[in-house]
Write a protein that binds this ligand. Sequence first.
Ligand SMILES: [Zn+2]
Length: 97
Amino acid sequence: MIRIELDLAVALYLCLGFLVLFFWLLLEARRKGEGYSGQENLWQCPVCFFWYIDSLSETLSRCPRCGTLHRKGEEGVKYIEETPKTTEGSVPSEQEG
Ligand SMILES: [Zn+2]
């Protein structure tokens, strides 16, 4: 068995905890940056007319309400790139894309 002082054991225990916390925060910060292009695209479903934001898809998107897949430029699909800051509840201006 290895004999160590109590203060050294406590210091090692605390350092290990801080190290784990540091790496966890580092991984969380990296994960948040992934998968987001920084651009919010506003789509309107042609089936249920539901407006939603899909920041990941630029050409093909799935409606979160009815699950329909639709393509940008398809008949009835409304698509707005980089949504302007609108207050909740207001109807955004329509743009054929
Ligand atoms: Zn829909």
